[in-house]
Ligand binder design. Structure first.
Ligand SMILES: [Cu+2]
Length: 118
């Protein structure tokens, strides 16, 4: 009996993570976080709109407290590079990818990088 009691927690400890991982690969989506230069709600709407237009993106959300963009995507249809490129094309920085200059110039004053948080 004592042996079984000892074995049970070990069993859960090793089996549970592998079960969770199996579930994750079943969904066939991945999540990435991208640091953007979003400042306000308008930035959020623009970035999410641009990223959602990328084929293979399931879900995207900009967190305005740290300007981080969460993207859930299908790795067989798109890549982090393509997602970052879409953010840059909308006029915002995406990690090491800098914003497209023309798109950035077209942003309203309140969305420029040196604008105050509002
Ligand atoms: Cu803005």
């Amino acid at each position: 009996m004592k042996k079984i009691k000892l074995f049970a927690p070990l069993f859960v400890l090793f089996l549970l993570p592998s079960m969770l991982m199996a579930q994750k690969s079943d969904k066939k989506t991945e999540v990435i976080y991208i640091q953007t230069s979003a400042i306000c709600g308008e930035c959020k709407t623009k970035i999410e709109g641009a990223v959602n237009a990328v084929k293979g993106v399931k879900k995207s959300e900009v967190n305005l407290t740290d300007s981080k963009l969460m993207v859930e995507y299908s790795p067989s249809k798109t890549s982090p590079e393509k997602i970052r490129a879409a953010v840059a094309a909308a006029g915002y920085d995406a990690d090491e990818v800098t914003a497209d200059a023309a798109a950035y110039q077209a942003l309203p004053m309140c969305c420029k990088k040196d604008a105050k948080k509002h």
